[in-house]
Design a protein around this ligand. Structure first.
Ligand code: SAM
Ligand code: SF4
Length: 448
């Protein structure tokens, strides 16, 4: 059969969808580039905000309606919303064929086989969260790939549905990760992004992730910096990224890993959520604004050019104008390279959903716009500092907007547009001198 997967949400979902696609291909199905041509359509869902769930439910409704003309079509849902809603998803979308939660995605080929073999009328629901269902298998590889290193999340931030949907933390053994990266490198991958909700927590729980403790006198003893070191040794891997960070993991060892392991890119996505200590405490983030800024400074003292990006929630319950201004102040001091701003959305079952959602929709909207404008100003100023300097770019090929020029990303994860040069191919690391910048993009020429 032919299949198509719609993916909403974070990079973790993108990775899960890829693993499901690889497993369906291994089972003999064919991936198609458009939903209309597909006999099986799967929607991989996000639960982080209510809007994301509404979108997915709307999409599933339309897909299931298409079964009137195409009765053999199989429609399924996977990911955080499937996990969170469980059987209720069938109440919202009655003709859905299957719902598979976050830690059972590997069962999808069997579910499809059962339905195909006449299990019609039977609905599949699998939401066991106790399993360690690590996404396995990659599709034909591009230059860059995601590798999941940590499943779930143990932090329980007051507003967040992820721990309920994705279950407790589980760190994969380092050897398994290195083997996966080595396989990818053999297939031409040059850049890997190691994924975990709070990725710097890797290996901090009970499970030993390395076969033996770090020998005395080695550079890195903490599990995540050690993981970076072993992944960097995989031949062919020229770049390593990871996401998302938490200030508690921004140790001196991590800062040294950024500085001393050449493959580790100088960029960290370090969600702050708020600049008000009162709100941070209610959010259960586990740090104050000053502790967050100290973590950023620690990284910058080792790697002055490191890019820091963040997530911020506006309109969290009880957020006053003074709390909001504290967030603006933190943004000015942290000089983020980019910020993703979200309006608070109460999620069922989370502690914040019990609080009064007392910031009006209009005020959330205003605060959102103010922070976006602030970030634009900071972005313009930050990017202007790159003019006249050199950056290292992983050449990706012709730019989407203008095929005459090429694009790629520098270590700081900024898009760089440059003129191609003879002898430079996709996947090469090139030095580019920056001549122009806007808030999102740098422009320059290759230095030969
Ligand atoms: N695990 C990552 C972390 O904590 O750094 C991010 C997880 S979440 C998928 C991505 C972002 O969504 C969060 O950093 C937060 O800003 C936002 N978010 C999570 N729950 C939210 C909610 N209930 N309302 C609005 N934004 C939310
Ligand atoms: Fe959610 Fe907090 Fe875990 Fe991120 S660290 S996934 S925001 S609970």
């Amino acid at each position: 059969m032919t299949f198509y997967i719609h993916t909403y949400g974070c990079q973790m979902n993108v990775r899960d969808s890829e693993a499901v696609a690889a497993s369906l291909v291994a089972a003999g199905h064919t991936q198609v580039p458009a939903e209309d041509a597909a006999d099986i359509v799967i929607v991989n869902t996000c639960s982080v905000r209510e809007k994301a769930e509404e979108k997915a439910l709307g999409k599933l409704g339309l897909l299931c309606a298409s079964k009137r003309e195409r009765p053999r079509r199989i429609i399924g849902v996977m990911g955080c919303m499937a996990q969170r809603m469980g059987q209720f998803v069938f109440e919202r979308v009655p003709t859905l064929d299957f719902a598979v939660g976050c830690r059972a995605a590997r069962l999808i080929p069997c579910v499809v086989a059962d339905i195909e073999a006449g299990g019609g009328g039977r609905r599949w629901l699998t939401t066991d969260i106790s399993d360690h269902d690590v996404p396995q298998g990659h599709l034909e590889s591009d230059l860059a790939a995601f590798v999941t290193v940590l499943l779930g999340c143990n932090r329980r931030c007051s507003y967040c549905i992820v721990p309920a949907a994705r279950g407790p933390e589980y760190s994969r053994p380092a050897k398994e990760i290195v083997d996966e990266v080595a396989c990818l490198a053999e297939r031409g991958v040059r850049e890997v992004t190691l994924l975990g909700q709070s990725v710097l927590n890797y290996g901090r729980q009970r499970e030993p992730v390395f076969d033996a403790p770090a020998p005395v006198g080695v550079a890195f003893t903490e599990p995540f910096p050690r993981l970076l070191e072993v992944v960097a040794k995989v031949p062919g891997i020229s770049r390593i990224r990871f996401t998302s960070g938490h200030p508690s993991g921004c140790t001196e060892e991590l800062a040294r890993a950024f500085r001393d392991i050449p493959q580790v890119c100088p960029h960290l996505h370090l969600p702050v959520q708020s600049g008000s200590d009162r709100i941070l405490k209610s959010m259960r983030r586990g740090y104050t604004a000053e502790q967050y800024l100290a973590a950023v400074e620690r990284l910058r003292s080792f790697v002055p050019d490191i890019a820091i990006t963040t997530d911020i929630i506006v309109g969290y319950p009880g957020e006053t104008e003074a709390d909001f201004e504290a967030t603006r102040e933190l943004m000015r001091r942290a000089r983020f390279d980019n910020s993703f701003i979200f309006k608070f959305s109460p999620r069922p079952g989370t502690p914040a959903a019990q609080m009064s959602d007392d910031v009006s929709a209009e005020e959330k909207d205003r605060r959102n716009k103010v922070l976006l404008a602030d970030q634009d100003d900071i972005g313009v100023a930050n990017n202007a500092l790159w003019i006249g300097r050199e950056v290292e770019v992983l050449a990706e090929g012709p730019s989407l907007r203008n095929a005459e020029r090429w694009s790629g990303r520098c270590g700081q994860n900024k898009i760089v547009i440059f003129d191609p040069e003879q002898g430079v191919g996709r996947g090469d690391l090139v030095k580019v001198k920056i001549v122009r910048a806007n808030p999102q993009t740098l422009f320059g020429s290759i230095i030969v």
